[in-house]
Design a protein around this ligand. Structure first.
Ligand code: FAD
Length: 244
């Protein structure tokens, strides 16, 4: 293998390149990134950087010396790839050949189809989004945030310190429900699975074998995600009693 193309110049892509070098790969590595920046740390975009000014260079990840020789094609998106011919075509029509391709393009926020003008609506995913939002966060500005997960709540806190009036809109009953529900349900599943492993005869208070209960819960979570509340999880999982 002599040429690896990595699409997406973010944390994931950088770690792929570093791992390749750490594991002895000495061939060429080319990054294709649609942002004009070297891989940088996004978490500060909803916190310090949003408050103090967005400078992607100061947020760049420290890169292992093994990747000093990689090629960076930045500010241009990969438009398509042809796996049969092992090529990636960039938005400007340039074609890159590869022996191996890594796609590390991250995720995008959901674009809600809400009627009305688009000006004044912001996403927060990259440095340019944060810079555009930062410009509008002046004292007295009214900000409505859709989503009360980590990022929504962090932006709310930051905007308040900048003197903005903030409303946060969420479908859940309380802010940060999903991140907390995820943690709670995961802990519960691990705990119960371990308990059932050592005591296979355990049943729930409804006389259901614990393993059957876990399967039922897993099916529920696959269908409904983490959006259930205690009363909508099957049999109120958080108050479930195990019987030996
Ligand atoms: C505002 C904000 C706050 C966050 N806070 C936290 C936190 O506190 N804690 C935490 O653990 N995580 C946090 N995260 C999440 C964390 O930043 C991500 O998990 C991480 O960035 C994922 O890395 P990645 O390399 O998979 O994707 P990304 O960092 O998204 O990198 C993917 C790159 O690929 C590029 N790309 C996409 N399509 C193409 C294409 N066709 N061609 C070329 N390039 C393309 C993208 O523009 C991007 O530059 C936060 C994220 C954001 C946006």
């Amino acid at each position: 293998m002599t040429e690896v193309v990595i699409v997406g110049a973010g944390l994931g892509g950088l770690r792929v390149a570093e791992s390749l070098r750490t594991n002895g790969y000495q061939g060429g590595i080319t990054f294709v990134g649609d942002e004009p920046h070297l891989p940088y740390n996004r978490p500060p975009l909803s916190k310090e950087a949003l408050k103090g000014g967005v400078d992607p260079e100061s947020l760049e990840f420290r890169r292992k010396s093994g990747v000093d020789d990689v090629r960076w094609q930045l500010g241009i998106a990969a438009a398509s790839c042809d796996l049969a011919h092992r090529t990636v075509t960039l938005a400007d029509g340039a074609v890159l050949n590869f022996d191996a391709l890594a796609i590390a393009t991250g995720i995008r926020p959901r674009d809600l189809s809400i009627a009305g003008p688009r000006s004044g609506r912001f996403f927060l995913r990259d440095a340019s989004d944060a810079a555009a939002l930062r410009e509008r966060l002046t004292p007295g500005t009214r900000l409505v945030i859709l989503g009360a997960g980590f990022i929504g709540c962090e932006v709310a806190a930051t905007a308040r310190t900048l003197g903005c009036e903030v409303d946060v809109v969420t479908m859940d009953d309380v802010p940060m429900f999903r991140p907390r529900a995820f943690t709670l349900v995961t802990r519960f599943l691990v705990f119960t699975a371990m308990t059932a492993w050592f005591q296979p005869n355990l049943t729930t208070a409804h006389n259901l074998p614990v393993m059957s209960y876990l399967k039922q819960l897993a099916r529920f979570l696959i269908r409904n995600g983490w959006r259930g509340t205690d009363s909508t999880y099957p049999m109120g999982f958080s108050s479930m009693t195990l019987c030996a």
